[in-house]
Design a protein around this ligand. Structure first.
Ligand SMILES: Cc1cc2nc3c(=O)[nH]c(=O)nc-3n(C[C@H](O)[C@H](O)[C@H](O)COP(=O)(O)OP(=O)(O)OC[C@H]3O[C@@H](n4cnc5c(N)ncnc54)[C@H](O)[C@@H]3O)c2cc1C
Length: 367
């Protein structure tokens, strides 16, 4: 006999966990199934930066703006009930320009920030060096974004899962989902290494592995793994006080002195190995941004796979036309930690038949 539940969620990353919590808060019973533990893949490997709202006007920017606002509220609520310190810090970030070309691009963004009434302060080289510890003297200007914040993401998904469990959500871990069960234009549930689970609604939130699972019902998702390598340097607290960004990478100071540096952007399939070249490039950019990091010991290195979709507009989020009882929630690329809570909220809205917080047509999985 198949097991049954109201909603079955494939994947216990930040997207699956946040969905389970939002459903549980609305009194909807869900079962989250994961081949591994809670938040062990990209949701663990991430840097944990919630970048302040992107000022553009496209659908991805709109989602990120709403996502940032909701993320901060969600984390503050979660912290009240979690015994674990989530390390939520409104650190602010400093984006450095080293060349006239970078400065030209940054000025274009300045205009967009003003249009969208978002805070961003331009500093001259001397102002930045005087005000912000540890940054390179080779810059020509910098931008301070007060609302950028960070969280200790390895603690985030487990804390969300605990909150969901305390409201009745079930987690079936170390159970591999082997396929989706389709019947008459709808999804009945899933096949797992521990038998079938049938549900009124199935949510596919398996990060980069969603592609293979979608294929079991003949669905091609435009979703690919994009590897990111990172490292931790062990510094004394205060070596850097803000998130420092530049050259597509960042240095993130934690209050305990650890500084995360990363991340590469590599197309190397499902290979999660840390490579010499990957770590070299991360270190080279980090030293360019903040030369004071050179003497610090490296304590950890790792890699994770971002679920990347080449489609414009951001993630693949919503129902699949012609296939009932089925929602896809993946493709959050570099912003899944930031967008996890708002994704959970909108999946819950879809399942309850409510008007979604944003019009989801721009994120449709079949666009
Ligand atoms: C190096 C790096 C840095 C990043 N930095 C940031 C950042 O600073 N800020 C930010 O917002 N985002 C960041 N991201 C992106 C973010 O981590 C992802 O977008 C997000 O974690 C995706 O979450 P997810 O739940 O979709 O996927 P995942 O966390 O990958 O979870 C997918 C889950 O599905 C499970 N699964 C897979 N296949 C199966 C199966 N067959 N059966 C059962 N379970 C299965 C896996 O075990 C896993 O637990 C970063 C990512 C990387 C790699």
């Amino acid at each position: 006999m198949p097991q049954t539940t109201d909603v079955v969620i494939v994947g216990a990353g930040v997207i699956g966990c946040a969905t389970a919590l939002e459903l549980a808060k609305a009194g909807i019973r869900s079962t989250v199934v994961d081949a591994s533990g809670i938040g062990t893949e990209a949701s663990w490997a991430a840097a944990g930066v919630a970048t302040h709202a992107n000022p553009g006007r496209g659908p991805y920017s709109r989602l990120r703006r709403l996502g940032h606002k909701y993320f901060c509220e969600f984390v503050e609520e979660l912290q009240k009930e979690s015994a674990v310190d989530l390390g939520f810090e409104r650190t602010g970030s400093l984006e450095l320009s080293f060349t006239e070309e970078e400065e030209f691009d940054a000025r274009k963004w300045d205009i967009e920030y003003v249009k969208c009434k978002l805070p961003r302060e331009r500093l001259t080289r001397d102002e930045a060096i005087e005000a912000y510890t540890g940054i390179s003297p080779d810059i020509i200007a910098a931008r301070y974004q007060v609302n950028d914040c960070q969280i200790r993401n390895p603690r985030f998904s487990p804390a969300i899962a605990e909150a969901a469990k305390s409201r009745g959500a079930e987690f079936k871990l170390h159970t591999r989902v082997t396929g989706l069960i389709a019947a008459e234009n709808r999804i009945l549930g899933i096949n797992t290494s521990d038998g079938e689970i049938h549900a009124g609604m199935t949510v596919l939130a398996a990060g980069v592995w969603s592609t293979a699972l979608a294929k079991t019902i003949g669905l091609n998702l435009p979703l690919y793994p994009l590897k990111g390598q990172m490292a931790i340097l062990e510094g004394p607290p205060g070596k850097l006080k803000h998130i420092i960004k530049g050259g597509g990478m960042y240095c993130i100071p934690r209050p305990d002195g650890k500084i995360l540096i990363g991340a590469t952007m590599e197309e190397s399939g499902f290979d999660k190995r840390v490579t010499a070249e990957g770590i070299r490039s991360v270190l080279a950019t980090a030293f360019k941004l903040a030369p004071c990091l050179k003497e610090l010991p490296i304590t950890h290195r790792w890699a994770g796979l971002r679920p990347y979709t080449a489609r414009k507009g951001g993630p693949l989020l919503g129902p699949v036309p012609g296939l009932g009882n089925f929602i896809i929630a993946t493709g959050h690329y570099r912003n899944g930690i930031l967008l996890g809570p708002v994704t959970g909220l909108m999946v819950k809205e879809l399942i309850r038949g409510e008007k979604t917080s944003l019009d989801l047509s721009a994120y449709s999985p079949d666009r």
